[in-house]
Write a protein that binds this ligand. Structure first.
Ligand code: CDP
Length: 223
């Protein structure tokens, strides 16, 4: 039977967004990348001059800041629009400063509680592909299909590198690899909702598969 809720988890740059968006389009489901909400909180903190290490201040900010994720309104490579206080901050959430601080704010229990609640509300409506780190384990433990998309840190860093170069920006592979590893470490060792596959998740390693092949594998599971 066709799954109504699909949880797609995995580490940074494992291809979740690319594949998740394709699946959502093919099934005519909502694509919801939950990582952008954590990125929005990190951006809002930096923008207000709040130290990302200040758990109390960041948590209050996450509880009080209206964050909205909407279907992409522009054809500039974005997978969705990200708004904070109605301001479009989609591309700001991809900055190196946000990259460097997002896992710190995402480890705070209060931040996670505030965001997971909103994510669950959207997920429970069904017809959704939800992408993140803890969707199958915490946000939607009842999801009909759970995929854990993995790849080696080297392969993921290479993909991130290619993405940045394709945007016409400068990139340093060694630095990207170090940052990917650092974010993996924070995400998988935190106390609350650490990155790990749910017991009933299907683990897909994409080291030797391109996005189309992963997409086909998952579509076959949806038939
Ligand atoms: O796109 P990329 O895989 O690099 O990261 P992302 O999905 O945008 O998520 C950014 C960060 O948010 C992750 O490194 C996690 O620290 C956090 N996150 C999380 O804790 N839980 C989620 N459900 C989604 C993201």
């Amino acid at each position: 039977m066709k799954p109504k809720t699909i949880a797609l988890d995995g580490p940074a740059a494992s291809g979740k967004s690319t594949v998740g968006l394709k699946i959502a389009k093919a099934l005519n489901y909502l694509f919801f990348d939950t990582g952008v909400m954590y990125r929005a909180v990190a951006w809002a903190a930096l923008n207000k001059g709040i130290d990302p290490k200040d758990e109390v201040a960041v948590t209050t900010l996450a509880e009080e800041t209206p964050i909205d994720v909407r279907p992409a309104s522009q054809n500039d490579g974005r997978t969705s629009d990200v708004l904070v206080n109605e301001q479009d901050i989609t591309w700001q959430t991809r900055s190196p400063e946000v990259d460097a601080n997002v896992s710190t704010v995402a480890a705070y229990a209060g931040v996670r509680a505030a965001l997971s609640k909103q994510q669950r509300r959207i997920g429970e409506r069904g017809n959704v592909v939800m992408v993140g780190r803890d969707i199958g384990t915490v946000v939607l433990p009842e999801a009909d299909l759970k995929i854990y998309l993995d790849a080696s840190a080297e392969e993921r860093a290479r993909r991130r590198y290619d993405e940045i170069i394709a945007r016409g920006e400068l990139a340093d592979y060694t630095e990207i690899l170090a940052k990917v590893k650092q974010r993996d470490h924070i995400d998988s060792t935190r106390d609350v909702a650490p990155l790990r596959p749910a017991d009933d998740a299907v683990i897909v390693n994409s080291d030797k598969l391109d996005a189309d092949q992963v997409f086909q594998m998952i579509m076959d599971m949806c038939a």
